[in-house]
Design a binder for this molecule. Structure first.
Ligand code: DP6
Length: 356
């Protein structure tokens, strides 16, 4: 699908209210580096989570003022500080939803995970909001097909935050044109498809909260430091090759190979940060302590436990459901001491966004 196929027509306004829940996601092949309009330099692949999610309700009221008009509430409290981010989102998407100028929007959003957990909510919140917008578009244009609905929701979410494109479908989502999937696109994410090995349908993700503060360098700043980065072009090739290698591994359920690529990707992402100019480090000493402990545990027990990292100090521990008991006691006894206030969150791979 081309960008132009996502441009809707104008339509007479109706009163409508829509509520969607969209999950957070954790990338296994990382998106790090982009160009306008929010297009990735390499394709990425992620687990869609289940418990970490955003619920958004949008009340659309007819209001022909010819400007985007909205109020934003977070956990019931008006949040005017979020307006700038939402305004730039609407600036990016209004061409594709010209009917929006006939409405006043009341946006109510809440996250299932603690606000100051260091878990980024932009992916789940942009995805949930985009789905509410598409829900109204579906009412205005009932001929819209399901595939178009979800592709456009992912397309709109991408324009809010790149990784949000992957917060629509579960259990595994791919964003960015790649040769493993004919239907893949830089414009929106697509599901991995039925060839995913069953071990990954209920894979576990425990998020160890090493640093719950806000990040010193935002993802958006980090992406922009990939422009002119001496290793950028090779990194994009590496990620592309890693994705091509990971797809058959995830079809076969080959866990040793899976672990190797997932950890390689996590450390390659942080290597880009270490070698940016200006350079920066988002890992903390406890992040490294946990990584070493995971390696020791894996060597001693042969349990296929591995880690990945996002753009922060927290560690995502990934493991098959059948290993829950051993891994949970390992986390409690040996890893919780590295977490802020001994806090960690249990999550697992989920099925994707849902209408409430
Ligand atoms: C390290 O999607 O947060 O989590 O597009 O600027 O909003 P923007 O960035 P964002 O970047 C995510 C970076 C990452 C890797 C990933 O999720 O693929």
């Amino acid at each position: 699908m081309e960008t132009s196929s996502f441009i809707a027509s104008k339509a007479s306004p109706i009163n409508y209210s829509s509520t969607w829940e969209a999950p957070s996601n954790i990338a296994l092949i990382k998106y790090w580096g982009k160009h306008e309009p929010q297009l990735p330099k390499n394709s990425s692949l992620s687990f869609t989570l289940s418990s970490s999610k955003t619920k958004t309700k949008v009340i659309f009221k007819p209001h022909p003022k010819n400007e985007i008009d909205f109020e934003f509430y977070f956990h019931g409290i008006p949040k005017p500080d979020f307006k700038a981010k939402l305004n730039s989102f609407f600036d990016r998407i209004h061409t594709f939803i010209p009917w929006i100028f006939n409405y006043r929007l009341e946006i109510h959003s809440e996250n299932s995970f603690p606000h100051s957990s260091g878990i980024a909510s932009s992916a789940s919140s942009m995805a949930a909001l985009s789905l509410c917008i598409m829900d109204l578009e579906q009412q205005l244009f009932p001929e819209i097909k399901q595939a178009y609905f979800f592709n456009k929701a992912s397309f709109l979410a991408r324009l809010g935050s790149g990784s949000a494109a992957r917060s629509i479908h579960g259990p595994v989502s791919l964003w960015g044109k790649n040769k493993e999937r004919k239907k893949s696109s830089d414009l929106y994410a697509t599901p991995f498809g039925p060839s995913l090995n069953s071990v990954f349908h209920d894979y576990q993700d425990t998020i160890l909260l090493v640093d719950k503060g806000s990040k010193k360098v935002s993802s958006t700043q980090g992406h922009s430091l990939m422009h002119g980065h001496p290793f950028a072009e090779n990194r994009f090739i590496q990620a592309t090759n890693n994705l091509s290698a990971l797809v058959p591994i995830m079809e076969a359920g080959a866990l040793d190979d899976f672990i190797h690529l997932v950890e390689l990707e996590a450390l390659s992402l942080h290597a880009m940060m270490l070698t940016s100019n200006p350079y920066f480090i988002l890992m903390q000493p406890n992040t490294l302590a946990i990584i070493h402990k995971v390696w020791e545990f894996r060597k001693e027990t042969s349990v296929p436990l591995c880690f990945t990292l996002d753009a922060g100090a927290n560690v995502h521990l990934l493991y098959p459901k059948q290993n829950i008991e051993l891994v949970h006691s390992f986390i409690k006894q040996e890893l919780s001491c590295f977490c802020q206030n001994r806090q960690y969150l249990f999550d697992a791979v989920g099925t994707g966004a849902k209408k409430v």
